[in-house]
Design a protein around this ligand. Structure first.
Ligand SMILES: Cc1ncc(COP(=O)(O)O)c(C=O)c1O
Length: 577
């Protein structure tokens, strides 16, 4: 996928000059968004609270946008890569590639001394390990900046973390512990959206008492001897939290997707999957044996075209109707910071009588006035989503995943899902961590702590995004998404940004190819309710400083609504027929 490979109906003609922005407009139209982006926007509720601009995210009045589908404005921006930046980025990769090939050439001629990534003599008869492009990329590009990843964290992933300092004496091939711990690094990388990843406080206390009562391990599956009252309590609570009839909880979020999708669809069924869906969804779809077709990220025209074709054409060759059509989307996309256009997806699924599988790994807890995810955010009916999936690894500071839906669905999965039948059930202290955090968000602990955290996250998110945009960075995604991608583009800047931020005691996640398209490298911040305004202000000052140093303030602040632009039908991708 190239520079323009994401973000709504933006695949037409002049894409190199036109920034991308999907905005469902309010009565103030596009200007509302422009004002918000340059920092002068105030909601009707206006005012400042604790120094934060009141975003209105939680207090939007019931108005109807986009033909009545949306009850709230939907601001999503993907500013186009500036032409010069794109050219320089490609040049950067070109130079690195050239040097890589030169080094490989010199290695062959025994001029290059570093032989870490070459086949040993005795391996020469086997399939080559070091010859394909990914390996070339890993050795020659990734290795140069590898110190930015897998840094050992030796504390709770709260708002601050302790990081073990490492050094290398073989060009990042191996690392050694220097003996020093870098204390109190501001954590802008963990998915600790509501700040429940703590080793003190109510969640830690209740988990530790459950640990003493139940122990840590269950040593059996739910269907054999591993079904505890804690699991059933958790499932009842999840169902109430989501507003659905029943729910199932699993010990691993990844397996919740990869093992349940195959239980729901199979041969003769069609999966329509967003092109940026998580690996667990992709794996589940592939394991199911269903036909998979990919629609452009969050692009309703692309989805509708696939739905219409599926209904009109039926299955390939036989033209029989598909047994089931399953649309698979996420709530918040963790690399783009975009929010699914759920009201439109639901309208389409109803129109074409498809099923909807919604993965709320990042959105549950982190979106909506009650923290109940993207359905709550848009004020929709949870019964309109057939399969509500999510994980406990982010906002709840725990581990595992859930599926919620009708009782019929849950009973079916209880019997037929591989992860119910074959996976050991969730550790009781983990279940307790989730129960306590969820009750806190629901206010069932008798406090307003959870509610405050949900509100704080919404305000932190809006504030952080607004300030970065004002500074001139290109920031992707939805104005309400706590996942905040800041575009770096050039390969050398990936490493430089990570290192410079750590020098300033701020831990960030930097991401490059293959996790992103090759020229769209980025830093990905995760905002948390645990961040105070002082922390965010400090982080913003340091980001701005590094932004000036590395010349990262690329934005030209061109935001043009693209909803009316024609969708290029020829670009959708299709696999396996
Ligand atoms: C969208 C999505 N689904 C599923 C998962 C897998 O969840 P877990 O990490 O809890 O196993 C993730 C993990 O990040 C995710 O982002």
């Amino acid at each position: 996928m190239g520079a323009a490979g994401r973000g709504g109906a933006d695949r037409s003609g002049d894409r190199t000059v036109m920034p991308r922005c999907n905005t469902v407009e309010g009565p103030g139209g596009h200007n509302t968004y422009k004002a918000a982006m340059n920092g002068t926007y105030k909601s009707e509720h206006g005012g400042l609270k604790n120094g934060f601009v009141r975003s209105g995210a939680l207090f939007e009045e019931e108005k109807f946008y986009n033909g009545g589908l949306y009850k709230r404005p939907f601001h999503e921006a993907f500013e186009e890569t500036p032409m010069l930046v794109a050219v320089l980025t490609y040049m950067g990769y070109g130079i690195l590639t050239l040097f890589g090939y030169m080094r490989d050439f010199m290695r062959d001629w025994k001029i290059e001394k570093c032989h870490n990534a070459t086949e040993r003599e005795e391996q020469k008869d086997f399939v080559p390990l070091y010859q394909d492009f990914e390996n070339f990329y890993t050795r020659n590009l990734y290795m140069r900046i590898r110190d930015n990843w897998n840094r050992p964290v030796c504390s709770v992933p709260g708002e601050r973390v302790d990081i073990m300092e490492r050094f290398t004496d073989d060009y990042n091939w191996t690392f050694k512990f220097s003996g020093r711990v870098i204390k109190g690094v501001m954590n802008m990388g963990s998915y600790n959206y509501l700040g429940f990843a703590q080793n003190h406080g109510v969640c830690a206390d209740s988990s530790s008492s459950v640990l003493h009562e139940y122990g840590a391990g269950v040593c059996s599956t739910r269907q054999e001897m591993g079904n505890l009252d804690k699991h059933e309590e958790l499932e009842r609570l999840v169902a109430r939290f989501l507003g659905v009839e029943a729910a199932l909880a699993y010990g691993m979020g990844f397996a919740t997707n990869s093992m349940n999708i195959p239980a729901l669809v199979g041969k003769g069924c069609l999966i329509l999957s967003d092109e940026l869906n998580h690996a667990s969804l992709v794996l589940g779809a592939r394991l199911s044996g269903a036909t998979i077709r990919i629609f452009k990220h969050n692009n309703m025209q692309s989805l509708e075209k696939l739905l219409r074709d599926a209904i009109v054409q039926g299955q390939p060759r036989t033209h029989r109707p598909w047994k089931k059509i399953l649309i698979v989307v996420e709530g918040i996309y963790s690399m783009e910071g975009s929010i699914v256009r759920l009201p439109e997806v639901i309208a389409l699924k109803k129109k074409y009588r498809a099923y909807l599988y919604l993965d709320e790994a990042h959105s549950i807890g982190a979106l909506g006035p009650n923290g109940r995810g993207v359905v709550d955010y848009f004020g929709l009916d949870p019964r309109d989503v057939d399969i509500m999936m999510g994980t406990f690894t982010k906002s709840f500071g725990g581990a595992g995943g859930y599926i919620g839906g009708s009782k019929v669905l849950i009973d079916y999965l209880r019997k037929n899902s591989h992860s119910t039948a074959y996976a050991t059930s969730m550790s009781p202290p983990v279940a307790e961590q989730i129960i306590t955090a969820m009750k806190c968000i629901m206010g069932e602990d008798g406090s307003t702590l959870g509610r405050q955290r949900v509100e704080q996250l919404a305000e932190n998110t809006r504030y952080f995004r607004r300030r970065l945009t004002e500074m001139g960075f290109i920031i992707y995604g939805n104005s309400d998404s706590p996942v905040v991608p800041l575009m770096l583009y050039m390969p050398a800047k990936i490493g430089a940004f990570g290192r410079e931020m750590l020098k300033r005691n701020i831990g960030v996640v930097v991401v490059g190819f293959p996790a992103t398209p090759i020229i769209e490298s980025r830093a990905r911040f995760c905002v948390s309710a645990a961040h105070t305004k002082e922390m965010l202000d400090l982080a913003l000052t340091k980001i701005s400083e590094v932004g000036d140093l590395l010349q990262l303030k690329y934005s030209r602040h061109h935001f043009v609504p693209l909803l009316d632009r024609p969708f290029d039908e020829t670009t959708y991708e299709e696999t396996e027929d």
